[in-house]
Design a binder for this molecule. Structure first.
Ligand code: SF4
Length: 273
């Protein structure tokens, strides 16, 4: 993003002007900018870098550990771009204690789920892990397989939301890192309405959407399944199968039935071919 585009983006957010429109509930939310717009160029740069990084890791080792490394390196790539963000963070409503966005369905991919579950196994006791599993199952029993419309899938707090905060913040899905809002009330409205115009930092959304897309492109290059998954269902699948990572790498349908179901007509940032 050039200096002029950065100024425009920051200025739009600062002035509270719409910087994008949130489509119907479900994440990742996206917009479809003109192919040569600054945000599309940003998206291409990040996704191609991520694709290269993830592809090189997969080429050197096709193991569960390598999959975890891909997610970590992709997250670091996003963080590096965010360190150069032109947006003044004070214009955003996002802060600890605000979890308005955590009742929306969350889209993710197999590597992120596998990394998240490995992190839980490393950082939680057996009892705590059992409690996480219980919460995930309870939510999945309510939401499994439902379309991501407010009518079919009313807002439900994420199973990983504990005492009002994300309990897996450092390994949360990329779409959770992408989401932001200038006004928390706009954000709350998006959980229960089909389509809400809201103001957000397009730079942050573009960066983490592109990070996710870069990983997906590398998976496709390697013949691995990088399809969009629904977080709760895929967490359940990975928690209930200790060899989920190895099985997914071997091409087994570990996450069958866990597919994301965003409303029809959802458009995303373009993915580089
Ligand atoms: S993973 Fe964390 S940030 Fe994402 S919806 Fe769940 S609680 Fe919120």
């Amino acid at each position: 993003m050039n200096r002029r585009a950065r100024r425009a983006s920051a200025s739009a957010a600062r002035q509270g002007r719409p910087t994008g429109a949130a489509p119907a509930p479900g994440r990742p939310a996206g917009v479809a900018p003109a192919p040569d717009s600054p945000v599309a160029r940003l998206h291409r740069a990040v996704s191609e870098t991520g694709r290269g990084v993830a592809g090189a890791i997969l080429a050197s080792a096709r193991t569960v550990e390598a999959v975890h490394t891909i997610v970590e390196r992709a997250g670091a790539l996003g963080d590096a771009y965010m360190a150069r963000s032109p947006t003044d963070p004070s214009v955003l409503a996002c802060k600890k204690g605000c979890n308005a966005c955590c009742s929306r369905p969350v889209g993710t991919t197999a590597p992120s789920v596998l990394r998240l579950v490995a992190w839980l196994r490393e950082h939680r006791t057996a009892e705590e892990l059992a409690e996480v599993h219980r919460r995930v199952v309870a939510l999945d029993d309510v939401t499994h397989g439902k379309m991501w419309t407010p009518r079919e899938r009313p807002p439900n707090p994420c199973a990983l939301l504990v005492d009002g905060a994300c309990s897996v913040y450092e390994v949360r899905p990329f779409v959770c890192r992408a989401w932001n809002a200038v006004d928390a009330e706009d954000c709350k409205r998006t959980t229960g309405q089909d389509a809400v115009e809201m103001r957000f930092d397009l730079y942050q959304r573009a960066v983490f959407a592109a990070v996710e897309d870069g990983v997906k492109l590398a998976l496709a290059d390697a013949g691995l399944d990088g399809g969009d998954l629904e977080l709760t269902a895929s967490l359940r699948a990975a928690l209930e199968r200790p060899d989920a990572g190895e099985a997914w790498l071997a091409g087994e349908p570990v996450f069958a039935g866990c597919e994301a179901k965003p409303p029809q007509g959802r458009r995303r940032l373009p993915v580089a071919p």
